[in-house]
Every structure is written in C-alpha cells, then in structure tokens.
Design a binder for this molecule. Structure first.
Ligand SMILES: Nc1nc2c(c(CN[C@H]3C=C[C@H](O)[C@@H]3O)cn2[C@@H]2O[C@H](COP(=O)(O)O)[C@@H](O)[C@H]2O)c(=O)[nH]1
Length: 341
C-alpha cells in the first residue's frame, strides 16, 4: 500500500477541502503578533522544555531519553467526561491533571523503585501493576488504562527485540534526521501509526511520533544525538488542546453546527470527517502562523539566534492553553477517545 501523505501535505490538503473548519487569516496574523515579543523568551526557546517544566528530566542522558519514550508512548487521551471530576496525581506537594498527571505518575513510580522506564520491566508489566503505578488520587482513573497496559507490553517487547531495550539506539539509527527517526518510530511501533483517510486520500498526523521526536530533541538540548539537521520539518502535534486555543485566539473557526456539537460534548470518532478537519486545519494554521511570525521577525530586523519552528510554537501554545483554561471555557475541545493523541 502506498505511503500516506506527510503530516504537512495532509494538513494542506485538508485545509483546502475542509467544509466545517476554517483558518482565519486575520486571526493567524494576530497570533503571530502575540508571539513576536516572546521570540527571545524561554517560552519560545528550546531551553524552556526543561526550565519551565519541573517534571521533565534535567539530564540529557540515556535514562532521560528512555523517560521521554515511555511518556510519549502513553501520551494520549487524558480528558475526562466532567472536567471537575477527573484523574489527579499528587507528587512532591503538587497536584497534576491531564498530561502532567502521567508525568507525575511515572516520576512517582521511579521514586518508589519501580523501573517503569526500562523496557525489560514494561514489556511484561501486568495490568494490576499498571493500574497501581498510574493510580489517581480521585475515584476517576486515567482513561484507557487497559490500552495503556497493552501498548506498554507491545512497545517494550519491540524495543527489546529491535533496539536492545533502549530508545537511544533507535535515535542513533536515525543518523540525526528527524524525519528518519519519525519513520523508524511509525514503522516499528504500531501504536504510533496515526494514519487515516480524508476525501479518498490516505493522510497522516503522526502526532505522538512527532512529539516524541520533538521531546527527544528537547531532552538532548538539540546537541549530540539530538542535533537533528531537519528538526524544523516537524509540524505541530495535532492533539485536542491546540485546536481549542487556536479557536479561542480567533485563528480557527468552526461552523455553527460543529460548534454546537462540541458544546454539547458529543464525541467525534477517530478518522471522522469533522475530527480530521479540526486536526488538519489546526496543523496547517500553525504552519501559517510560523510563516507569518518569521516574516514579522524579518521585517523587525530582529534576529533570533535560534530558528523559530513549529515545535516551539506548539509548545508555547499548548502551555498557553494550560495557563488560560478558564478563558477558553466557551470554546470546547473536541472529544475523541483514542490512543493517538
Ligand atoms: N500539541 C501538543 N499536545 C500535547 C503536548 C503535550 C505535552 N508537551 C509538553 C511537555 C513538554 C513540553 O514542555 C510541552 O509543554 C501533551 N499534549 C497532548 O495534549 C493533550 C493533553 O492535554 P491536557 O488534557 O490539557 O493535559 C493530549 O492529547 C496530549 O497528547 C504539547 O506540547 N503539544
């Protein structure tokens, strides 16, 4: 079967054929202008990945790379039916929800002496052990626990069989190409194959594979094995938070009918037309914001010593969404329950 379109090609094709989700040019420019004063701040620089997030590893060694791998293998579907009744994990005096509840649970397990980042452990970890190590402080468990257990076993076995149990060996096989690493991941690890159809074409978002490459680049601080010459070819990660913040900032518009459906909290199935249009237009929207921001930087004659890429824009917008949860209430996120994002 022929390869799917790349995430960038997919997003362009979707944006050109979308009927219920639209990119607003004025909104794109406004977001670029919002970002312009930040281009030299830690929020829009690679260092921010460690400096701004206490749960992320500070080291840049093999253990840190294997931490990123197990986190991004489980980095999906944290939203709960009721937002005020959800999985929470307390760790070192703070309480974490959503994606950060996963990081807190993994760090808590490591503190408890559970070698959860070792493939030899999670290749055969039992469902009960996974339930325990991902336990919530509330009566709401982390969603899709059974799937997380299945994926840990599957992924651990493959990492042992093909990469001597360490994701760093997979990184080294990519010969410092982000694209090659992304393809090595989707070819070898089935749970990363975020591929579907749209208007008769096979399209890909590869959300977890792309964020895995990005987080590997970040944890290695863009140096040594993590010095990917083509890192700027990685696009934003099509999750359920970025569309929400892009709509909130006016760069993305939904049809009245779709907005009403989202407001009612109706589920969208993975690969459905509306879900694909939301993800694809969000991805293309961030590409346009990046282009616009680079133009503004050029005009302002302000040189940043590090190129602004879609990864850094994505990280910034995702963190911004976390800090503006209350303001974003009127724009609901779309509800798809799947293992891909
Ligand atoms: N587009 C995009 N999606 C991201 C991330 C991250 C975590 N990255 C951070 C980690 C290190 C860096 O410093 C980043 O700040 C998680 N997600 C997705 O969001 C959803 C969870 O949302 P909530 O329920 O609110 O926690 C879920 O689909 C998850 O897969 C990102 O960066 N970009």
């Amino acid at each position: 079967m022929d390869d799917p379109l790349t995430p960038r090609e997919s997003a362009k094709f979707i944006a050109e054929n979308s009927r219920e989700v639209f990119i607003d040019g004025g909104g794109v420019r406004r977001v670029a202008e919002l970002l312009l004063p930040q281009v030299s701040s830690p929020e829009l620089r690679l260092e921010g990945w460690k400096a701004l997030h206490e749960l992320n590893p500070k080291a840049a060694d093999e253990a840190a790379v294997n931490w990123v791998f197990v986190i991004d293998t489980l980095n999906f579907s944290f939203w709960s039916e009721q937002d005020d009744h959800k999985c929470l994990v307390g760790y070192r005096g703070k309480t974490y929800s959503g994606y950060w509840s996963l990081c807190a649970a993994i760090n808590r397990a490591l503190d408890e002496g559970i070698p959860i980042t070792s493939a030899s452990y999670y290749a055969t970890v039992t469902l009960d052990q996974v339930r325990h190590l991902l336990r919530s402080d509330t009566d709401v468990a982390m969603p899709l626990i059974d799937e997380r257990h299945r994926i840990l076993n599957e992924t651990g076995k493959i990492l042992l069989a093909k990469f001597e149990g360490s994701f760093l060996n997979c990184v080294r096989k990519s010969e410092k190409s982000a694209q090659k690493l992304m393809h090595l991941v989707v070819e070898n690890f089935p749970s990363y194959r975020d591929v579907t159809q749209f208007e008769g074409k096979r399209i890909s978002f590869y959300k977890r594979a792309q964020i895995l490459v990005a987080d590997t680049w970040s944890v290695l601080e863009g140096k040594g094995d993590g010095c990917f010459k083509d890192i700027s070819s990685i696009t934003m990660f099509a999750d359920y938070r970025l569309p929400q913040i892009l709509a909130h900032l006016g760069a993305l518009k939904y049809s009245e009918e779709l907005l009403e459906k989202l407001r009612k909290g109706e589920m969208l199935s993975y690969g459905s037309k509306q879900e694909v249009e939301i993800r694809g237009c969000s991805l293309w929207c961030v590409e346009l914001i990046r282009d616009c921001l680079l133009e503004l930087i050029e005009k302002k004659g302000e040189k940043t010593d590090e190129e602004i890429n879609s990864i850094l824009l994505d990280y910034y917008l995702w963190d911004y969404a976390r800090d503006h949860r209350e303001d974003m209430k009127k724009i609901p996120f779309h509800r798809t329950r799947c293992i891909y994002y």
